[in-house]
Structure formats: structure tokens, C-alpha cells
Write a protein that binds this ligand. Structure first.
Ligand code: ADP
Ligand code: MG
Length: 258
């Protein structure tokens, strides 16, 4: 929800990274988190970024989101206002569900009547039409993430950047939210860059899976997921892709002797 004066570059909905490097700290304490990462996400594509813990996934997403600057290389984003979602929904606890979703609309200066209609429509989209007057602590974890998703969609963004957004949810709730996200992505023709360490989740959701090496993060492998949608996380086709990604990941982690 940052306001920015940057103009979008590249095609609407596209994301491009070229030789992106990120170093944290300086001198002998410097940590090379990303080393020459290049990748392209096409408009409307759903890309999952997978890698071991600490390999630089969140770093990469934060750079794309503009929350931090790369140490080298460049990033082009075809949308001034990418939507961000993290593992924690980061709702305002003192505001109702409606008021939380209304925040970006207010910041965009939309008139009250239009905002009310948009909030109602967004809550219907995430199947929370009857929960607008509740406060976040009165909701389950899955419902809170739905509110966060509705608030993100209120930005009218074409690019969603998601950092393990369902990582704290139980398997059943996650399964339902996968279906919801897939539906919303396809209806709104969004571009999604989705970070996860869960290979099954990646195989369930992605058009393409990109594997990052352990620190420093580099793109080491990618694969298209040609399983028809809608998919089931427990289908044999998804399991086969997940097993292949796990094998690659294991080889990679083994190579680092961890
Ligand atoms: P992932 O999300 O894949 O688990 P991160 O992007 O969070 O990995 O971290 C990548 C590496 O960069 C890790 O070694 C981590 O300790 C380091 N790191 C992340 N953020 C910072 C920071 N603000 N300062 C110093 N090191 C950091
Ligand atoms: Mg992370």
C-alpha cells in the first residue's frame, strides 16, 4: 500500500529480473543472499519460486516489491502497485474486516459509495460476505488470509507477490485457499510470483516452478507444469511433479553438505 510516483516499465503484469544481486551488510560480515538472478514472468503467468530455507526467496520477493534495493542488476515491473501477501496477514486489529479492505480504496481516494460497493464485491470474491463487521481476532487463520487477499485485490493490481502466504495454515484450509487463489488468478488474469518451500503446493499452483540454489540464491532449474486445471494437490500428476522437484532440491542441498 505504498504510494509511488514510479511509472510502470515493461508490459502490464510482467516481471523481469536481470543479474540481480543482493548483499546484506558490509566487509567481513557481508552476506551474499542473491547472486545473479535472472528471470521473466509473463503477464498472466503463475510462477512458484522454490528453494531451501535461507536461500533468498523472501529477499528476491522484497526486491521485486520495491521494499529493498538490489545491490546489482535491475528489475522491471509492469505495475506501479504490486499486491503483497505474507505468511502473517498483517491486518489492522482495531478495524473491522470491511474497514481493513477499505484501507487501500480510501488511500486511492475513491468516493464513499463506490468504496462500499467495492468492499462488498471483494468480500464476496473471497467468500466472506457475511463477515464484514467482524474484527480479525474473531476469524480463523484462513479467514484472516482471505481478508488480506481481498485487501490486496483492492489495489486493482495486475501483479501479486506472495511470500509463503498459506504457510501457517492447516492442510485442509490451505487446500481450499489454493482453489480460491486459482479461481481469482484466472478470473482477474493476474500475474503471480509465489514463494514457497512446499513443493506440492508449487506443483498444485504453478504454470512454472523455478528452483533457487542454497545461499547464495541462483536460479538452478525450472520446469513447466503442464497438468490441466483445476488440479488436486493429492493427484498422481501433481505428486509426480512434486517428487521431481524434491529430487532436484535434495541434490542441491546435498551439494552444500547441509
Ligand atoms: P528465504 O526466504 O529463502 O528463507 P531470506 O531471503 O529470508 O531466505 O534470506 C536469505 C539469506 O539472507 C539468509 O542467509 C538470511 O539470513 C540473510 N538475510 C535476510 N535478510 C537479511 C537482513 N536484513 N540482514 C542480513 N541478512 C539477511
Ligand atoms: Mg522467506
Amino acid at each position: 500500500m505504498t504510494t509511488t510516483t514510479t511509472t510502470p516499465r515493461g508490459a502490464t503484469g510482467s516481471v523481469a529480473l536481470r543479474d540481480v544481486t543482493k548483499v546484506y551488510g558490509q566487509g567481513e560480515h557481508a552476506v551474499l543472499a542473491l547472486d545473479g538472478v535472472s528471470l521473466d514472468v509473463a503477464p498472466g503467468e503463475f510462477v512458484c519460486l522454490v528453494g531451501a530455507s535461507g536461500c533468498g526467496k523472501s529477499t528476491l520477493l522484497n526486491l521485486v516489491a520495491g521494499l529493498d534495493r538490489p545491490s546489482g542488476g535491475w528489475i522491471e515491473l509492469g505495475d506501479v502497485n504490486p499486491g503483497l501477501m505474507f505468511q502473517e496477514p498483517a491486518l489492522f486489529p482495531w478495524l473491522t474486516v470491511e474497514a481493513n479492505v477499505d484501507v487501500p480504496l480510501k488511500l486511492r481516494g475513491l468516493p464513499r459509495d463506490e468504496r462500499r460497493a467495492r468492499v462488498a464485491e471483494l468480500l464476496r470474491t473471497v467468500h466472506l460476505a457475511d463477515f464484514g463487521r467482524r474484527r480479525p481476532h474473531q476469524l480463523s487463520g484462513g479467514m484472516r488470509q482471505r481478508v488480506a487477499l481481498a485487501r490486496t485485490l483492492a489495489l486493482d493490481t495486475s501483479v501479486l507477490l506472495m511470500d509463503e502466504p498459506f504457510g501457517a495454515l492447516d492442510a485442509m484450509t490451505r487446500d481450499i485457499l489454493h482453489d480460491e487463489l486459482e479461481r481469482i488468478w484466472s478470473e482477474r488474469q493476474l500475474t503471480v510470483l509465489f514463494v514457497t518451500h512446499n513443493v506440492r503446493e508449487a506443483a498444485r499452483l504453478a504454470d512454472r516452478i523455478i528452483l533457487l540454489s542454497s545461499r547464495p540464491g541462483r536460479v538452478i532449474w525450472s520446469t513447466r507444469v503442464d497438468v490441466p486445471r483445476p488440479r488436486r494437490i493429492d493427484s498422481p500428476e501433481v505428486a509426480t511433479i512434486a517428487a521431481e522437484v524434491t529430487d532436484r532440491l535434495r541434490t542441491e542441498v546435498g551439494r552444500h553438505g547441509q
